[in-house]
Design a protein around this ligand. Structure first.
Ligand SMILES: [Zn+2]
Length: 464
């Protein structure tokens, strides 16, 4: 069946064709690890996970690269302001490297909790400094750069089609860029390739270069890493819609200027999360919720958030409120109950997936990842008259895309809060190697009708 995806570059939904038949190179912009990801950021990673799973479901092999921005992302996206990492380090009294490590782990933990498949390749910006310097040299040789007192800049007026992704008039982009003034820039949209360490200040993260000691501009890493790890397989590049005007526009300009060839063919962007009242969730708005706080610590399984994200198409803003979380919680628990009822029949021994229902599901996900329609196809399957074994086999097949761990339901029930408290306390006791306390808590949990198992992946709690 044909797979249709919306391409931000052409602003159209067209049939997807990989550069090399049968395999797809996928690049997704990763987090800047100076803070926790908020659930609005995580919505984008869920959309990208669905994309990857749908590609796999369609039989493609996928090579997925994600960067970790651990240097060079300034508080202003247009190369002004402080370095987010160094500022955080100062505030927390830790080194920038420790901050990066801590928030990278937190991010990996979030995506694990959301059942997001990890990329095949993780790359840190600080691990590709040499390649980033080499790319600036190429741009310099080709006449795209100029120096100012604070860095080396890309001259956007020399790259025609600078606005081909944003589809904005250059004047309106420049208007936006003027907000952060840098009088030495030739054009307001020009961006830093290399920033010098400020005079008299020893940055924690800085490198030598032929232009002077400093650090790379934020956009550079994604150009370098995608070309380094995907080679000619530059199929799909993703991020949030907020990346379109500056980050992705600049990536395209510097990559195509350097190679003289088109960069990625497909650009896909996930829309914002809007919290009740109509504001987008953003760290800068000071209104951000983390997965850990809003779900894990609140005793709500994080997969509830994954399920919630399926209710809105990824290109539409998603509304978030206590009510929408509650609705998703009920919806997921209803789905789990429906599946528990048919699970007893076991998977169909002939592995007989219902072709009719699979077609409907595939049609939905292949229509630009239409998850609301896919969830309707799930309900249609569960309410149909086919036998339970076939239903169960088919839903487990769908779960390759859904990623709701439907074959493993026992562990994913929301625990009653008193049980969750005991489980958390037992985890703490185990971390502190207090085995007696741990055993006592296990007995208390058991008395409430739950059994704990310690497995290599961690503690599992099963209703008895
Ligand atoms: Zn990026």
């Amino acid at each position: 069946m044909k797979l249709y995806l919306y391409n931000s570059l052409t602003r159209s939904k067209v049939e997807f064709k990989a550069v090399q038949p049968g395999q797809v190179g996928l690049y997704t912009c990763g987090p800047t690890v100076y803070n926790f990801a908020h659930i609005g950021n995580l919505r984008t990673y869920i959309f990208e996970d669905i994309l990857r799973r749908v590609l796999l479901y369609n039989g493609y092999r996928v090579k997925h690269v994600m960067n970790i921005t651990d240097v060079g992302h300034l508080t202003g996206d247009r190369d002004m302001g402080e370095d987010k990492m160094e500022r955080r380090a100062l505030r927390e009294g830790r080194t920038a490297w420790e901050i990066a490590e801590f928030y990278t782990q937190a991010f990996k933990n979030d995506i694990k909790n959301l059942n997001i498949l990890p990329p095949d390749i993780w790359v840190k910006a600080t691990d590709t400094i040499d390649e980033q310097i080499a790319l600036i040299k190429t741009l310099e040789e080709k006449g795209y750069t100029y120096r100012t007192s604070d860095g080396v800049y890309f001259d956007t007026s020399k790259f025609k089609d600078y606005t081909k992704l944003s589809h904005q008039k250059l004047e309106s982009l420049q208007e936006g860029a003027r907000v952060e003034k840098n009088p030495e820039k030739r054009n307001p949209t020009d961006f830093a390739l290399w920033k010098f360490s400020p005079h008299g200040v020893q940055r924690q993260m800085e490198w030598d270069s032929s232009w002077g000691v400093g650090f790379p501009g934020w956009h550079l890493e994604c150009s370098v890493m995608s070309m380094k790890f995907l080679g000619d397989q530059l199929d799909i590049h993703c991020g949030g819609t907020d990346h379109i005007d500056v980050h992705h526009t600049n990536e395209i300009a510097q990559s195509e200027a350097a190679t003289g060839r088109p960069f990625f063919k497909w650009w896909m962007h996930g829309a914002f999360l809007i919290i009740a009242g109509g504001k987008k969730m953003a760290k800068s708005e000071g209104n951000f919720l983390t997965l850990d706080h809003a779900f894990v610590k609140a005793g709500i399984h994080p997969l509830v958030y994954r399920f919630a994200a399926f209710q809105t198409h990824y290109r539409k803003p998603m509304e978030y409120s206590d009510e929408s979380v509650q609705a998703a919680r009920n919806g997921l628990s209803h789905l789990q109950n429906q599946i528990r009822q048919i699970a007893g029949a076991g998977a169909d021994p002939q592995n007989n997936i219902s072709a009719e229902h699979k077609n409907k599901f595939l049609e939905a996900v292949n229509d630009d990842l239409n998850m609301p329609r896919a969830m309707a196809a799930v309900q249609e399957l569960l309410k149909s008259n086919i036998n339970d074994g076939q239903k169960y086999t088919t839903i487990l097949d769908f779960d390759r895309v859904l990623g709701l761990d439907l074959d493993n339901l026992a562990q994913h029930e929301d625990l009653p809060s008193e049980v969750q408290k005991l489980v958390d306390a037992r985890q703490k006791a185990r971390d502190a190697r207090e085995w007696e306390a741990s055993d006592r808590l296990r007995d208390e949990i058991q008395a409430l009708g739950y059994m704990v198992q310690d497995t290599p992946e961690g503690m599992k709690v099963i209703k008895t």
